[in-house]
Ligand binder design. Structure first.
Ligand SMILES: C[S@@+](CC[C@H](N)C(=O)[O-])C[C@H]1O[C@@H](n2cnc3c(N)ncnc32)[C@H](O)[C@@H]1O
Length: 274
């Protein structure tokens, strides 16, 4: 994946792009990262990239002409236009669904703001505005790093175990991950749940699924409500249907015909118990 970073402070990315799995992704060529400096397109002797706001007010505003010149020059150098993301506290909050969506694209261009933000007309030259969350930082660089990391770990071959991006919080299932434990088995009186040492994989999977739902309902009722609407209700209906079928089968085995069982079943809608 090609990643272009429009920033006044490329040095902020140095450790990030040379360390751990992102560093390996850069070394292996999975991530092809390049920087573009708005300063190279700045105006006058001081290569100014900002100016005072129309209408007055404190601070400076990033100029649209400088940034568009920088974006277009970068696309020319790189041989094509990347998907342009403007980092802004006013953008759509970045979620795992965005990481999955962006991981499918061949080229991303992150535009890191500074000052009091951008000239509003820049929005006509980007594909979307994304926010890291409901707080304000002094620049977009940290937000760009967070998003690149979330996207890069989803690219094929970047993480050793691809399965770990499937079974985790905010994965496509839409729940938080179940609690994890490792050695020691007992720490200051707190023990690992016994089920995890039984070796019974089906029971462990069922326990984890239940814990994942319980934890999501407790910590993120908003997520749980969404999951329940999309998946949980259907799972419950399927479980109820299975239980009903099982009960019917055991009654049939006990010597009653399925028709007789059906006619007297208290769970059949519209039938009385008498
Ligand atoms: C001080 S902020 C500008 C805030 C702007 N005056 C406002 O009130 O919306 C400077 C730059 O930092 C970046 N930034 C700050 N907070 C951010 C966030 N939560 N998510 C993404 N980028 C952010 C943006 O690029 C922004 O243009």
């Amino acid at each position: 994946m090609r990643v272009d970073l429009v920033t006044l402070f490329p040095e902020l990315f140095q450790g990030f792009l040379t360390t751990s799995f992102v560093g390996q992704a850069v070394t292996s060529g999975t991530l092809d990262v390049a920087f573009a400096s708005p300063r190279d397109h700045g105006l006058g002797k001081h290569r100014a990239v900002d100016d005072t706001p129309y209408g007055g007010g404190s601070g400076m505003v990033f100029r649209v002409d400088v940034l568009v010149a920088c974006l277009e020059a970068q696309d020319a150098v790189r041989g094509g236009r990347g998907h342009r993301i403007l980092l802004s506290p006013q953008g759509k909050p970045f979620h795992q669904t965005d990481a999955r969506r962006l991981a499918q694209l061949p080229a991303l261009t992150f535009v890191c703001g500074r000052y009091e933000g951008f000239d509003e007309r820049l929005s006509g030259y980007v594909d979307e505005e994304l926010s890291l969350g409901d707080f304000v930082m002094t620049g977009g660089e940290v937000a760009a790093m967070a998003m690149i990391e979330a996207v890069a770990r989803l690219l094929p071959g970047v993480l050793g175990n691809a399965h770990s991006t499937v079974e985790e919080s905010h994965s496509e299932e839409g729940l938080l991950e179940y609690p994890q434990y490792t050695r020691p088995q007992e720490f200051r009186g707190a023990t690992v749940p016994a089920i995890l040492s039984t070796g019974d994989h089906a029971k462990i999977a069922a326990w984890r699924a239940e814990e994942s739902r319980r934890r999501t309902a407790e910590r993120r009722p908003d997520m749980y409500a969404r999951w329940y609407e999309e998946t949980g209700r259907a799972l419950e209906a399927a479980a109820a249907a299975r239980a009903k079928k099982k009960a019917r089968r055991s009654r049939t085995k006990a010597g009653r015909s399925p028709e007789a069982t059906e006619a007297t079943s208290p769970t059949t809608p519209g039938e009385s118990e008498s």
